[in-house]
Design a protein around this ligand. Structure first.
Ligand code: SF4
Ligand code: SF4
Length: 433
């Protein structure tokens, strides 16, 4: 049996608002009973938890089932299982036929895990999602500016807006589209994307070669589960999308602006299943990260999120931790362990606890850095500062002394530091009290 791979795109829709309006209209009447009740956020979380737990516990059989079904039903799709990002990018380079332009969506698997390696291999990478938002001014600065959408129970606000069967034989351009998939059904291979505007559809429509990237954690049992999981990404991540709209320092060229040559008649569809450390996570203390759906809700109330606005992918506490675990970063020091991300997560993933665990593991493996050793003994620093107050204050004012302080201890050279005094408050109190 050979069919075209089903690719379904979900977008925001107005069903919930319509139902609310209809319920109001038919208040008290018989027709009201015909209008579906919207499930509570707790019910949604419970259902999502069951889907994710099933995926976590059955990942090996789900991968096998997916590969078998893809091979039997959709022979036009080239399937590749890559152990890590290096193998994945090697595969992309092999099938690229010299095409050097890659357009991506904004999924972290692409922007965080594959992009650095693609750049190192000479590809030009364009994030077509960021390209859609051209903000001149930042209007929403923090979570208190948000409209509180999630509390309005938005299950109905995302629906399947487009069902594609493989890639259509349309006119296409000579570039690669690398699209991180939001969920995929093992039992029939249906691929789901969540799209806010049109970037994903545009790439599916016009790229000569399309590579769908499936993290192992995106594989679920059925089409129904995959649809629900994708919908939940929309529901719980809706407000983070608003927070993410901010002016970028410079606007890179978009696919539309590049004059790309036509891609020829034959289009290619590849499906890249990527492990990249996910099975290792399952074996250790970080298995809960496998439950993550990538909704970015943990970002909303995080007090340190503004520290990461420079990067060209959308940062979340979960990505921050993953970077340390995948070895692409060596610190998670800026986390304040305030618990805000845990409270927002629809899967109750205890990110602050996992951050501690990761930090302990890192220190056990690599030892404490000089910075940690110095800042970890504030009493000694205070005693030295008061004993040599004049010298310490003079040095703190010296620009030349602040540069090594920034490099070694990590305190920004512009920071205004308190002044040391010979006489401590305790001594003053004993004398005058
Ligand atoms: S615990 Fe850390 S990562 Fe989570 S919200 Fe607080 S500062 Fe951010
Ligand atoms: S960890 Fe963050 S991105 Fe993952 S499910 Fe929880 S809130 Fe969403």
């Amino acid at each position: 049996m050979n069919q075209d791979l089903p690719i379904w795109i979900m977008e925001p829709e107005l069903i919930h608002k319509r139902d609310l309006f209809a319920r109001k209209l038919f208040e008290g009447g018989q027709k009201k009973a015909l209008i579906p009740e919207t499930p509570s956020i707790d019910d949604i979380k419970q259902q999502l938890r069951e889907i994710r737990e099933h995926a976590r516990q059955n990942i090996n059989s789900l991968v096998e089932e997916l590969q078998t079904n893809l091979g039997h039903q959709y022979q036009q799709v080239e399937v590749k299982l890559a152990v890590d990002n290096i193998e994945a990018v090697r595969y992309i380079a092999e099938i690229s036929d010299g095409i050097g332009i890659v357009s991506t969506n904004n999924s972290s698997i692409v922007s965080q895990e594959l992009k650095p390696e693609l750049l190192a291999n000479g590809f030009t990478v364009i994030n077509s999602y960021l390209d859609e938002f051209e903000a001149k001014k930042r209007e929403i600065l923090d979570y208190w500016d948000l409209p509180g959408l999630r509390d309005k129970n938005l299950l109905g606000t995302f629906g399947v807006s487009l069902k594609m069967a493989g890639l259509a034989d349309t006119d296409n351009k000579k570039y690669l589209a690398l699209l991180g998939v939001n969920a995929i059904a093992a039992e029939d291979g249906t691929v789901f994307f969540l799209q806010h505007f049109s970037n994903i559809y545009d790439d599916l429509k016009q790229a000569n070669k399309v590579i769908l990237v499936v993290g192992l954690d995106k594989i679920v049992k059925s089409r129904q589960d995959a649809a629900f999981q994708t919908k939940c990404m929309g529901i719980f991540g809706m407000e983070s999308v608003l927070l993410d709209i901010e002016p970028k320092p410079s606007k890179p060229p978009s696919i539309a602006e590049l004059s790309l040559p036509p891609g020829g008649k034959e289009r290619e569809l590849h499906l890249l299943i990527l492990d990249n450390g996910r099975t290792n996570l399952l074996r250790g203390n970080f298995g809960d990260l496998f439950l993550c759906i990538g909704c970015r809700a943990c970002n909303q109330h995080c007090p340190i999120r503004h520290s990461f606005t420079e990067v060209d992918y959308i940062w979340t506490p979960k990505n921050y931790l993953s970077q340390l675990l995948y070895g692409t970063s060596s610190s998670i020091d800026v986390c304040l362990h305030c618990e805000a991300c845990r409270l927002e997560c629809p899967l109750d993933i205890d990110l602050p606890l996992l951050m501690w665990q990761a930090k302990i593991d890192y220190i056990n493996k690599h030892g404490r850095s000089l910075k940690h050793k110095i800042l970890g003994t504030p009493e000694m620093l205070a005693k030295l500062g008061t004993a040599f107050a004049l010298l310490a204050n003079w040095m703190m004012r010296l620009k030349l002394a602040r540069i090594p302080m920034e490099i070694i201890i990590g305190i920004d050279r512009r920071t205004k530091l308190p002044t040391f005094h010979f006489q401590t408050f305790r001594k003053w109190f004993e004398k005058n009290g």
